[in-house]
Design a protein around this ligand. Structure first.
Ligand code: GLN
Length: 493
């Protein structure tokens, strides 16, 4: 059961081989046993989870007990998943990995949480993450770092590291994540999973704690592209409560999974295949490209001339937006408040000094600086112009190809502490993922082999705006002829 696909789990529920309560119990027991060593979950609540699973079982009994018909109408019903702790979840603690929200219980559900619940999915708990989603290694979490299940001396990636570790260790069959600069794709790569960041605006940000609003986007993480397609179909859709949510007809993201790849044109940006990538990552990515050629695809070199500017532009724009978004944590309305202070200004200062960690403070300082009078034109405005150029580079590249491929991360998972002394080294972990967010494009990562120390390597697929179905098709066809996505770390059975 722990290695089953979502489709297989759905079939098992339809055929009454297992109930939703039994399935949730199985995963809750694994969490209880294995989470202490991994620290993937911040919060679990057996009673709440089992009550939700019971509701799914009750719904399945209605309608003369035709469970097959029920499950075909609600394919995800009864299947457990866990939410990154950035999504507000009614009645559950929602911490965003921060001391600031360590005791915050949300009075409402995020759109994504609501959607998954409407689909009948059962919440297993809330997943650890970098504080306010700022990080690439999960080491910035107030609740402690998450361990990579493939090697517990290494990071799982970030900021959705709890999501990635939970699925890799089979503590959950699927999870939600968010990706502002790579936080779904990079941890998926480092933990051997599949994850997709949709086109900006496809999934509502309502109830998703804001980091950099013009870049933040939610998406699913799971073992395979087929699973991600099912989850994205349930997750996506217009929402009036998010002013950047796009009003488009609903899509079935599974619709093209079985299309052959004959004639598919894969663009390989020469900037992604330069010196920055480790040799072990390069050989796994190149072997994957050979596999694609065998499937009937052709490759063409493309260029994204401004991609070297993506990390610098991102580290102006993202902190600028973060400094504004995080001003709401002032100790007045909700969250942490310093226990001792002299007056109101002192209360604000002490609350924020005590409530935020070092990386969050660094971002607030940078963001406030680049937005200040005198520096706005020199930094923020320039970064916005670069952002436009990066999007134009992609538009030009997509005239020559259907999808773009390259590595997700320049290296496999690194050891704890390896990049903590120099924040720029940490920021460069996202060198291949950040430009997608700046352009608003969809991107995904899928496992394509193993590198040094037997750690997983991720292949990145970038699609044109709204081409999620084609990207998932491209990934699924590869997963029909390879089995990297079904490997699991040893010793966790
Ligand atoms: N690692 C990047 C950062 O620290 C991206 C994080 C994210 O996508 N949430 O900002």
């Amino acid at each position: 059961m722990i290695n089953a696909s979502l489709k297989e789990l759905s079939a098992a529920l339809a055929q009454r081989k297992i109930s939703a309560v039994e399935l949730a119990t199985l995963f809750l027991n694994r969490i209880e046993r294995l989470n202490p060593a991994l620290n993937a979950f911040i919060t679990t609540d057996r009673e709440k989870t089992l009550a939700q699973a019971q509701r799914s079982d009750d719904a399945r009994k209605v309608g003369a007990g035709d469970t097959v018909a029920f499950q075909s109408k609600a394919p995800l019903s009864g299947i457990p998943l866990a939410h990154k702790d950035i999504f507000c979840t009614q009645g559950w603690r929602t911490t965003c990995g921060s001391k600031m929200l360590a005791n915050f219980v949300s009075p409402y559900d995020a759109h994504v949480v609501e959607r998954m619940a409407t689909a009948g999915m059962v919440t297993l708990g809330k997943l650890n993450m970098d504080e306010f989603a700022m990080g690439s290694s999960n080491e910035t979490s107030f609740f402690g770092a998450v361990k990579n299940p493939w090697d517990v001396s290494r990071v799982p990636g970030g900021s959705s590291g709890g999501s990635a570790a939970a699925i890799a260790a089979r503590l959950a069959p699927a999870a939600t994540g968010t990706d502002t600069g790579g936080s779904i794709r990079q941890p998926a790569a480092l933990c051997g999973l599949t994850g997709i960041k949709p086109t900006y605006g496809v999934v509502s940000r309502y109830g998703m704690i804001a980091f950099a609003s013009s870049l933040d986007q939610a998406g699913p993480m799971a073992k395979s592209a087929e699973d991600c397609a099912l989850l994205l179909t349930a997750m996506a859709g217009f929402d009036t409560r998010d002013s950047t949510s796009l009003e488009r007809p609903a899509e079935d993201y599974s619709r093209d999974l079985n299309q052959p790849l004959t004639g598919l044109k894969i663009g390989l940006p020469k900037e992604f295949f330069g010196d920055g990538m480790d040799a072990d990552v390069r050989s796994a990515v190149e072997a994957a490209l050979d596999e694609y050629r065998k499937l009937g695809a052709t490759t063409v070199e493309v260029s994204l001339p401004n991609s070297a500017l993506s990390v610098p532009a991102y580290y102006v724009i993202a902190p600028a937006e973060a400094s504004s978004n995080l001003s709401r944590f002032d100790g007045v309305r909700y969250g942490y408040r310093a226990p001792e202070y002299t007056d109101l200004a002192d209360m604000y200062a002490k609350t924020r000094a005590q409530g935020f960690g070092a990386e969050v403070k660094r971002r607030i300082l940078i963001g406030t600086y680049v937005l200040s009078h005198g520096y706005y034109d020199a930094y923020y405005l320039q970064a916005q112009k670069i952002r436009r150029l990066i999007a134009a580079d992609f538009s030009a590249a997509f005239e020559q190809c259907d999808v773009i491929m390259g590595p997700t991360s320049p290296s496999v998972a690194f050891a704890f502490g390896a990049k903590n002394a120099d924040p720029v080294q940490m920021y460069l972990s996202d060198i291949y993922t950040i430009s997608t967010n700046l352009a608003g494009l969809p991107g995904m990562s899928l496992p394509c082999g193993f590198g040094n120390n037997n750690m997983p390597v991720g292949l990145q697929i970038i699609g044109h705006w709204f081409d999620e179905a084609k990207m998932l098709n491209t990934a699924h066809q590869y997963q029909q002829v390879t089995d990297w996505h079904s490997r699991m770390p040893e010793g966790l059975a």
